[in-house]
Design a protein around this ligand. Structure first.
Ligand code: SF4
Length: 375
């Protein structure tokens, strides 16, 4: 950890570099905590370039916390659709409602109040409070931890609890107290642009002279690798009904439960959004699916359904590698399934559904499309 004069030089060089070379990003042109909060949530699992159009569209539709709090949840999900990790959007809206109900629509400034909002952890709270209000809280995420590990030549798994706490203390002590917002953004910017996971650009780095990892020639090997969780293969089967008008059935978003999700837990794999009737395959895919459909629709016992394989969908969710087998079921009349909605199959992709469901719809539509006429 740097101290005294070394720390002063480190701060000055990093801040000076940030103020001169920072990227011009839409959320850097504002001090509005709502906008900064939205950008931080979007950037949690999404690259900057991918997040910008979503950020702008979202703000056009929901320009402030009141607009977001009062919006239909489906509309919020629709504008999030394609960004993935939909719990972020749900929590964003719940937090907006809490801000309206408890804080009169003003984003809270006390750390405890911010941490009490759904979807906000210590990193996001520190980012919003420092950037929007100039509060002295240091951020620590993967990017910042990598920079600190290299500067201090810290070895081992950074996510290990004691090491992470030590990194937080280092981040707190490094924070430039006069400009905490700029300081936090400077650390993030360095991690995102020069001190990247592979091939850090030490020759261009404003703090190269303070960096122990560079001096020891080990910067590139830090942080040391964590043990990766082994990939688990999951097979699912989904029913894509289609009636003569091209309508299909989507089940409603599964309810949250306390149960611990297994690798093939369907509600988790469909991102808790509307989805085709889907089962985890234990034996034979079509047989497992039919058995589950009969249970969902007790009135359909006498009906014969022909399940036509409609391609194969591959998708991954965290450590799971999913193979989903869609089956097209052409019917005169859609069966009755509690809570299910009838929607045009061709419009499923524009509804608030997960990317997995979108891929299933595309695969079924391709299977349904008439073969090109022979010449
Ligand atoms: S000198 Fe290299 S390793 Fe050290 S902080 Fe700068 S870019 Fe990262």
């Amino acid at each position: 950890m740097l101290n005294g004069r070394e720390l002063a030089i480190f701060r000055k060089q990093l801040l000076g570099w940030f103020r001169q070379f920072q990227r011009d990003l839409p959320w850097r042109r504002t001090k509005d905590p709502y906008r900064i909060w939205l950008s931080e949530i979007m950037l949690q699992q999404t690259r900057v370039a991918a997040a910008i159009p979503y950020y702008e569209r979202f703000l056009q539709r929901f320009p402030d916390v009141h607009a977001l709090a009062g919006a239909p949840p489906d509309e919020v999900l629709r504008l999030w659709s394609g960004l993935g990790y939909y719990s972020r959007a749900r929590n964003l809206q719940k937090a907006a409602q809490q801000i309206v109900a408890k804080h009169g629509g003003q984003f809270p400034i006390r750390l405890d109040d911010v941490l009490a909002l759904p979807g906000i952890g210590s990193y996001t709270a520190a980012a919003i409070l420092s950037i929007a209000f100039g509060e002295k809280y240091a951020v620590l995420d993967g990017n910042v931890a990598r920079v600190l590990a290299r500067v201090g030549a810290i070895r081992g798994d950074l996510r290990e609890s004691r090491r992470w706490q030590e990194l937080q203390r280092t981040a707190d002590r490094s924070l430039e107290p006069k400009s905490p917002g700029d300081w936090n953004q400077a650390m993030m910017e360095l991690g995102a642009t020069l001190c990247t996971p592979k091939s850090p650009q030490c020759l261009l780095c404003p703090i190269a002279q303070s960096c122990e990892g560079r001096k020891l020639g080990i910067a590139e090997s830090l942080p040391e690798k964590r043990k990766k969780r082994a990939t688990v293969e999951v097979t699912l089967a989904a029913a894509v009904f289609a009636d003569k008008n091209g309508h299909t059935l989507l089940l409603p978003p599964p309810k949250n439960t306390e149960e611990k999700a297994s690798a093939n837990h369907v509600p988790t794999l469909v991102s808790r959004m509307s989805h085709f009737p889907t089962v985890a395959v234990e034996g034979e895919a079509a047989g497992d699916l039919i058995a589950s459909l009969r249970k969902m629709s007790p009135g359909s016992q006498g009906r014969k359904w022909q399940l036509v394989p409609a391609g194969k969908v591959r998708h991954s969710v965290t450590y799971r590698a999913i193979t989903l087998l869609p089956f097209l079921i052409e019917v005169r009349e859609l069966p009755r399934i509690s809570g299910a909605k009838q929607v045009p199959l061709s419009e499923v992709s524009s509804l608030p559904v997960s990317n997995l469901t979108r891929k299933v719809a595309r695969s079924a539509l391709e299977a349904r499309a008439p073969a090109p006429a022979k010449r």
